[in-house]
Design a protein around this ligand. Structure first.
Ligand code: PLP
Length: 410
């Protein structure tokens, strides 16, 4: 019901985004959104952590930012510093760490710091939609960096940079998700990391490193050090607790030296990220991080296996999956004649939501036959049934796949 008694249409500011659609409950087969597995939220551990930190430090909540400055609760910044040193090779004092309201806030701040309308920004050809949208909203022109199974193809990038330079264009920054890329879930090898940094320095381009998924690695997988560890002088680094713990907490972090941090802090635009959340996560993770992540990753691996098996069974050879080295999503390529955007409506009618490739890519040209399926939140049974339903919808719309499970369709 609308209750406005004046004409707000005459009052709204110029250039507003499209109005929101009302939220609707998740359908049965919900394969989108970076959600976590509800059964893996360590409820009792969080209850204990909350009680203990509140008893010890709860009175500080009376003061904005706990009376400890705008960069966040020192206990959580110390945890980020320790974890980043141990697992990502980053040597950063807590003065170089900012707790953000989700890493999405870090994306907003860095975009505002660097992008003017018309600027060129390089992103991976398949890329997190939230980043693409943010950069475009500020008027950036996106240039796609080619990906293979190991992430950015450096030779092609070197050529692109030379060509851009020949046209008088210096990109502002390279946005990359080098460790469990979204959506392909690849890991950029060490030599490519060094080569990327060499190019950034040669052309005076910042690197914006997003390590949203770097904690979600399979057992036998090792990631090279973060780009920030290799050269903090040209890299701004963000990470998140959304995937390692819970997205509804809205906690992320940003790492940058003071020259950059001092320009970013005025862009934060709130009166501090929720302090109780920070205190609880610091209390819980400073004792239980490794155990929690080891367990979570083994569960996620099992769900990925259920999904890849279901895709192989239901779609057969027509679906090519990129092989995830961790994370929560599977990027799938279907035959070139399928435009997945045409599957969105009929799939929704069957209770299935998925990410069509063009929404997760710089261009629709090489992504209209691709799709992303998230596997962390649904149960294995839902994954199996949902993928079978998706194959059925796909067959009805396109005649592909002809064989699915035990069924030959014709
Ligand atoms: C690559 C990447 N970066 C950043 C985000 C933002 O996450 P959050 O704001 O929950 O930390 C996401 C969310 O899915 C993501 O996939």
């Amino acid at each position: 019901m609308s209750v406005t008694t004046i004409d707000y249409g005459k009052l709204f500011s110029a250039g507003l985004p499209d109005p929101a659609v009302r939220w609707a409950p998740f359908p049965k087969y919900y394969f989108v959104g970076g959600n976590n597995d509800p059964e893996q939220i360590p409820i009792e551990g969080l209850v204990e952590a909350a009680a203990s930190v509140l008893r010890r430090e709860g009175s500080k909540l009376a003061i904005y930012n706990l009376g400890m400055g705008p960069q966040g609760y020192p206990g959580l910044r110390q945890f980020v510093a320790d974890k980043s040193a141990r697992q990502r090779g980053i040597k950063a004092p807590i003065e170089d760490i900012l707790i953000t309201t989700g890493s999405g806030q870090g994306l907003d701040m860095v975009s505002k710091l660097l992008v003017n309308p018309g600027d060129t920004v390089l992103t991976e050809e398949y890329c997190y939609q939230g980043a693409i949208n943010r950069f475009r909203k500020l008027g950036a022109k996106l240039v796609a960096m080619k990906l293979d199974a190991d992430g950015i193809v450096i030779d092609v990038l070197a050529q692109q940079l030379a060509e851009l330079k020949a046209h008088g264009i210096t990109p502002k920054f390279i946005y990359t998700i080098p460790t469990i890329q979204n959506p392909t879930a690849s890991i950029l090898p060490l030599e490519r990391r060094h080569a990327l940094i060499a190019l950034a320095r040669e052309y005076n381009i910042a690197i914006f490193e997003d390590e949203c998924y770097a904690d979600l690695l399979w057992d036998n997988v090792e990631a090279p050090p973060a780009l920030y560890a290799l050269d903090p002088g040209c890299v701004i680094h963000i990470g998140s607790f959304s995937k390692s713990l819970a997205p509804a907490l809205r906690l992320g972090y940003l790492i940058a030296g003071w020259d950059i941090m001092s320009r970013l802090l005025p862009l934060k635009g709130d009166s501090g990220t929720g302090a109780l959340d920070q205190m609880v996560v610091a209390e819980y993770f400073s004792q239980h991080f490794d155990r929690h992540l080891g367990h979570l990753n083994s569960i996620l691996r099992g769900k990925l296996d259920a999904m890849t098996e279901a895709v192989a069974r239901e779609f057969g050879a027509v679906a090519e999956c990129w092989t995830p080295k961790g994370g929560i999503f599977l990027w799938i390529k279907l035959p070139a004649q399928i435009d997945v955007r045409k599957l969105v409506k009929p799939a929704a009618a069957a209770g299935i939501v998925f990410n069509p490739g063009p929404e997760w890519a710089v261009s629709a040209d090489n992504s209209s036959n691709c799709l992303r399926l998230c596997f962390a939140m649904p149960s294995k049974e839902t994954i199996r049934d949902g993928v079978a339903e998706l194959a059925r919808v796909c067959y009805e719309q396109t005649g592909i796949p002809v064989r699915s499970g035990n069924i030959t369709r014709s």
